[in-house]
Ligand binder design. Structure first.
Ligand code: ZN
Length: 475
């Protein structure tokens, strides 16, 4: 994710400093479970959170999703969504019940392994009790039938409005960090990635864009068109999209041959060719710097909702209400490696996404003959000792100020300091080794430090400690 207007994030930081942050989380559902302690052995309820203590009710415990098959029918005029989510999962404990995350919307039926299940709602948790308990390691499927008017999440500490946002001609769908539960029930945390089939039915004349590639041509019957998209590589829930509306589109391949789709709201029609060309050029360039492109297609979407930010939705970054410049395109496409293919297990390690994507902006500038990464690093380092960036250690992103600019800029500075310490040959070998070792998987800061030390033969703990974890400007 990157803010298009730097002041948005600065304002959020200021609000947070003034102590009126609206980021207070609803009471933990762990409280609820304390009323009714589960038995210590045998089948028991899955936890209401996946274990990320900064976001205690995000994701869920007791199972791991392998695939989402989503079918959504959306009518822009009435803002009504009808959905059927069929989820394939494997139990990681003996389960008497388990939770899914879902915000708003009305659930009419839930079944597990084709048998009707009972369910209840509490806050943003949907608790499902199957007719028969589920044994550890067994695979199961859960089908949820639901409907209603999706409502986005408003959280000014974490970049404003996100999730499913209705637009006059369709919807803008960008969900970082935990907004995918506004349009489908899921395990809403990047620690559980899965593949997706996303089938979207809209009134004829409306285009629906989702992750991955189209499976067959869209079909139209009785005034409605159905688009079938498939993302065959694992994807974090916050990267799933079903962006709908009127779009001018261009399809083709990057110069190196990767299939590409660019789509822009008619308001931004003049930016279509630039978006298509830059996306192709940058995807190919990053493939030479970071290693092979991790997915089966690339692209970008400009929609007319003025989010003021862009999000790196897998295979199709979404730009919210502005024609993106090359720097922000370079940022969002770098996330296809850092964040999308290599995903974080805990939000506090967000610098592994944003520090790398910001450093990619500096590398792109250097590549195009603009300011060098060294020059940009020096500008930031010249900031006075009382600049807020130095008080916020980027290695530990805070839940009430997740997208602080330190996570971006000081995160990128960390990588530049590392590059200077180990030299260009080792640094760029490290980037490619990192993306190859963890392709389509999960990563931690400790693993990155370990690999950097292994490839360089140096003790880099002091460097990483000063740059990532100390609340002061490194020397
Ligand atoms: Zn970003």
């Amino acid at each position: 994710m990157r803010s298009n207007k730097r002041w948005v994030a600065m304002l959020a930081a200021l609000i947070s400093v003034l102590g009126c942050s609206p980021a207070d989380k609803p009471p933990s559902l762990a409280d609820h479970r304390l009323d009714d302690p589960p038995p210590l052995t045998g089948h028991r309820p899955g936890a209401a959170g996946i274990g990320d203590t900064d976001f205690p009710t995000d994701g869920n415990g007791g199972y791991d999703v392998s695939h989402y098959d989503l079918a959504v029918d959306y009518t822009p005029m009435t803002k009504q969504l009808q959905g059927v989510a069929t989820i394939q999962a494997a139990a990681t404990q003996d389960l008497s019940s388990f939770n899914l995350d879902l915000s708003g919307l009305t659930v009419s039926k839930v079944s597990v392994n084709n048998s009707t299940a009972t369910f209840r709602r509490q806050g943003e948790e949907l608790t499902v009790t199957p007719a028969k308990p589920i044994d550890v390691k067994s695979r199961f499927s859960v089908k949820v039938v639901y409907s209603g008017q999706p409502k986005p999440i408003q959280d000014s500490a974490n970049l404003g409005t996100f999730g499913f946002v209705a637009t006059p001609d369709g919807a803008f769908v960008a969900s970082e960090p935990d907004g995918s539960k506004t349009w489908f029930p899921n395990n809403d945390h990047p620690a559980d990635k899965a593949t997706y089939d996303i089938t979207i039915t809209v009134p004829a004349g409306v285009t629906a864009l989702a992750n991955g590639e189209l499976v067959g041509r869209p079909t139209t019957a009785q005034g409605k068109t159905t688009f079938r998209w498939r993302e065959r590589h694992p994807m974090a829930s916050y990267l799933a999209t079903a962006t709908m509306g009127k779009f001018a589109q261009r399809e083709g391949r990057t110069p190196a041959g990767i299939p590409e789709i660019a789509a822009v709201d008619p308001k931004f029609k003049t930016s279509l060719d630039k978006l298509f060309t830059l996306t192709g050029e940058i995807t190919d360039y990053w493939s030479t710097v970071f290693g092979p492109y991790p997915f089966s297609s690339t692209g970008g979407i400009v929609d007319d909702f003025a989010a003021g930010y862009a999000l790196e939705n897998q295979t199709k970054p979404l730009y919210g209400g502005f024609a993106p410049d090359q720097s922000i395109i370079a940022h969002e496409l770098a996330h296809q490696w850092f964040g999308n293919s290599l995903s974080i297990k805990r939000w506090k390690e967000l610098w592994l996404n944003e520090g790398f994507a910001t450093y990619a902006e500096w590398l792109w500038s250097e590549h195009k003959g603009g300011k060098s990464a060294e020059a940009i690093f020096n500008e930031f380092h010249a900031r006075p000792a009382d600049d807020p960036m130095w008080a916020y250690p980027p290695g530990r992103a805070r839940p009430d100020d997740l997208f602080n600019l330190s996570v971006y800029n000081r995160g990128a500075m960390t990588l530049h300091a590392l590059r200077k310490a180990v030299g260009d040959a080792t640094f760029f070998k490290l980037l490619k080794t990192w993306t190859a070792d963890h392709r389509h998987g999960h990563v931690t800061t400790d693993e990155f430090i370990h690999l950097a030390e292994q490839l360089s033969g140096q003790n880099l703990r002091p460097l990483f400690d000063a740059w990532l974890f100390q609340p002061r400007r490194p020397a």
